[in-house]
Design a binder for this molecule. Structure first.
Ligand code: ADP
Ligand code: MG
Length: 257
């Protein structure tokens, strides 16, 4: 059975999509079969993997809204062998409201992913920057959460809301949900702020903070603008090495469980 991991933080621009896409790509390098579910109406994981949002006829929106639409009908293969995508586009913006009228509205994604769960080792859900119904669906479907945090001044702001949401989902919808890890992104070794933030996050999350931090690296921005994971764009750059090492650290943690 595949493990479902939600990449969540209701702040935008903290590295959720970059971390989700690149960890997923490196997992395939380590022999895993991975599906990314893009559940952000902005569709950055979708474009980041080389798909044009406007050319998509069907997306995760149809899977969530149409009772008869199966996830497998809309999953596409990416350029990376063993990495598949359930894409998103702006249609999904309507789902947040339309889902409200569905029975068991928090469990729609969980129920749809059940069909494909055993075809993958990992299913990564790339969340939008909100704690709305789409994110609640992701947290309800997930076995675990990975929280990317940008190393900047207000990094801790809003984290208590995220932790509250996780606690509420655990209490009411998904008791088995765990926080698998916290990743510091856009880290600048030379900056005092980055180092101070790292200290604070470490105090707050202790062992859940990954030891590998992702440095600020413009190659990662380039890669996503070319629609490629960093593994294919520039596998030797600092960002690529960090994401590969992070994925290795994640797998090591998994086997120790
Ligand atoms: P989120 O999904 O949380 O909104 P993204 O992963 O899209 O965040 O990252 C926000 C922006 O920062 C994107 O333009 C992305 O390319 C860039 N970015 C992400 N990680 C890094 C990094 N380590 N170094 C430099 N730029 C980064
Ligand atoms: Mg994103």
């Amino acid at each position: 059975m595949g493990k479902i991991v939600s990449f969540s933080n209701q702040k935008g621009g903290v590295g959720k999509t970059t971390t989700c896409v690149n960890m997923a790509a490196y997992l395939t390098d380590f022999g895993k079969k991975v599906l990314i579910v893009d559940i952000d109406p902005q569709g950055n994981a979708t474009t980041g993997l080389g798909f044009s949002k406007s050319a998509l006829k069907q997306s995760v929106y149809n899977v969530l809204i149409d009772d008869d639409e199966k996830a497998s009908q809309d999953i596409v293969h990416t350029e990376v062998p063993n990495l598949d995508l359930l894409p998103s586009n702006i249609d999904l913006a309507g789902a947040e409201v339309e889902l409200v009228y569905k029975p068991r509205r928090e469990k729609v994604l969980k129920n749809k992913l059940a069909e494909v769960k055993d075809k993958y080792d990992y299913i990564f859900i790339d969340c939008s920057p909100s704690l709305g119904l789409l994110t609640i669906n992701a947290l309800t479907a997930a076995d675990a959460v990975i929280i990317p945090i940008q190393s900047e001044y207000y990094a801790l702001e809003g984290l208590s809301q995220l932790m509250n949401s996780i606690t509420l989902v655990k209490q009411h919808l998904n008791p088995a949900l765990e926080v698998d890890g916290v990743v510091l992104t856009m880290y600048d070794n030379r900056s005092l702020i980055s180092r101070q933030i790292a200290e604070e996050i470490k105090k707050f999350f202790t062992k859940r903070l990954f030891e590998i931090v992702v440095p600020r690296n413009v190659r990662l921005v380039e890669a996503s603008s070319y629609g490629k994971p960093i593994m294919l764009h520039d596998p030797k750059c600092a960002g690529a090495r960090a994401y590969k090492a992070l994925t290795q650290e994640y797998l090591n943690r998994e086997t120790k469980k």
